[in-house]
Design a protein around this ligand. Structure first.
Ligand code: NAP
Length: 446
């Protein structure tokens, strides 16, 4: 995609600090915001900010090698970890914590992260759902994979797997009848419950079954406090239930779990983009099928949104593909629409309408051709659109910003492949921090 002649890649450009929304709108006929959901939801309980209590987003960014996260941010000296939430992110983080790190050797996980996982003391992970197995959000394939991890025993309490034990309204039974995903999840959960002899037993170490780590999936428990003075020592959970009249709530019965680390995996949240409309209640950009809506509820010309920023943090990769397709369909419809009667002439035939668009401001403008270092970026800079528009590269140059080019991005990729060879690991290994990335991308002259 990045090699397509109509595509230019401008990396490491931050909306809000390097460019403004107005810059984008003056440089392009259409802008698609697709920045996802980078923040996390909070639990709002005491102890949430104790050392050892983390947002799953931070943990995911750490093991995925996000350059803004310190590779030493997690030392994994906890014996037991509580993961709050029963969605796919909870599955992802539980799996990373509990699986044999030797299996990650051939993946692209960075070396410091692999070293930390190899040195991990974690033996027990509790994944905790505030409602029942039928209401859990995980998808069946992802859930089932937890049962296939070598050396990991999966434990489920029999009463918590029983659809009727804490649900007097029969909500779970109805969900099983109506939803194939829920039925699939229940098959896996019931099997684990049937294979669990004593859920309160200590995790077996080097047991005859060969299990050395244990994952316990709990239901009908909501966290009320994260315990500890200097750092996390445990978590208090309240038993929950659905009453006969369908009300969900706590039962007043509490239990405490020992855990030296808590990962809050209760959903992601989008953050507002500077200058771009944002619905603070739903944490999305207000839109109609991807057309960004202004305060009056009418579509804003030339602004579109796709993905989690458009509809909230739900759905798997395929869901985001069809979501993006809907946005692009709208964009193409607008493009085909042409100018309406009385509209100002379009910058190019067949493009979007900008009835009130101001002329480009007289910002210091360096022609894009002067910008590109041919040694770094052999690709020609994006052609300036007809009609006097300013290419974004020129706007950035005027501010002394040199974006990361596709050629530089390829250098990072090559450095990752070289590192994998050097370490004798898989096809590629991620560079471990921003400094390593910069020195691969823009090496100091000899
Ligand atoms: P999610 O699917 O919305 O799950 C969030 C979980 O947190 C739910 O179990 C929810 O329980 C629980 N929760 C929310 N507030 C809580 C609170 N105050 N106390 C206790 N529990 C609370 O979110 P996610 O796991 O972050 O995943 C986001 C999206 O990414 C999902 O659509 C997921 O499928 C997708 N994803 C997919 C993959 C994959 O395809 N492999 C991997 C990762 C993520 P309630 O239901 O009771 O609210």
């Amino acid at each position: 995609m990045l090699e397509h002649e109509g595509v230019s890649f401008l990396g490491n450009v931050h909306l809000g600090t390097d460019v403004t929304r107005d810059d984008l709108l003056s440089c392009y006929d259409a802008v698609v915001y697709a920045t996802g959901a980078m923040s996390d939801r909070r639990l709002g309980i005491p102890g949430e900010d104790l050392p050892g209590s983390y947002a799953a987003t931070d943990f995911v960014n750490w093991y995925c090698g996000h350059p803004d996260v310190d590779p030493d941010a997690f030392s994994l000296d906890a014996d037991a970890v509580a993961v709050i939430g029963v969605g796919n992110v909870a599955v992802d983080v539980a799996r990373i914590l509990i699986r044999d790190p030797a299996e990650l050797r051939d993946t692209d996980v960075s070396q410091p992260v692999l070293d930390a996982l190899t040195a991990s003391k974690v033996r027990e992970v509790h994944m905790i759902g505030r409602r029942g197995p039928a209401q859990a959000k995980f998808t069946t394939k992802e859930l089932r994979e937890l049962g296939e991890l070598p050396g990991v025993e999966v434990v489920v309490h029999g009463d918590e797997a029983d659809l009727n034990a804490f649900d007097l309204a029969g909500e779970g039974v109805r969900l099983v009848e109506s939803d194939r995903r829920v039925r699939g999840n229940l098959v896996a959960i019931t099997k684990w419950a049937q294979g669990t002899a004593d859920p309160s037993a200590e995790p077996a170490t080097g047991s005859p079954s060969g299990h050395s780590r244990r994952l316990t999936v709990r239901f009908w428990l909501r966290p009320t406090e994260i315990l500890g003075t200097e750092r996390v020592e445990g978590i208090t959970l309240e038993r929950t239930a659905i009453s006969a009249d369908g009300k969900f709530g706590g039962t007043g019965e509490f239990e405490t779990l020992d855990a030296q680390m808590v990962l809050r995996s209760v959903g992601y949240q989008s953050v507002p983009l500077p200058g771009v409309p944002f619905d603070t209640r739903a944490s999305v950009v207000p839109n109609a099928q991807g057309r960004v809506l202004g305060e009056d509820g009418a579509p804003l010309p030339g602004e579109y949104v796709a993905g989690w920023l458009k509809r909230g943090p739900t759905g798997v990769i395929g869901t985001n593909k069809s979501d993006a397709a809907e946005t692009v369909r709208c964009l193409l419809e607008d493009l085909a629409g042409g100018p309406g009667e009385g509209d100002v002439p379009l910058p190019r035939a067949g493009l979007l309408r900008y009835p009130d668009r101001p002329p480009p401001a007289a910002d210091p403008l360096v022609p894009a051709a002067d910008l590109a270092d041919p040694a770094v970026d052999p690709a020609p800079p994006a052609a300036a659109p007809a009609g006097g528009e300013r290419p974004l590269a020129g706007v950035l140059a005027g501010r002394g910003i040199v974006p990361v080019s596709y050629a530089e991005w390829l250098r990072i990729e090559t450095a990752e492949a070289d590192l994998a060879k050097e370490l004798g690991r898989g096809e590629r290994v991620k560079l471990h921090n921003a400094e390593a990335i910069w020195s691969a991308c823009r090496p100091e002259p000899e």
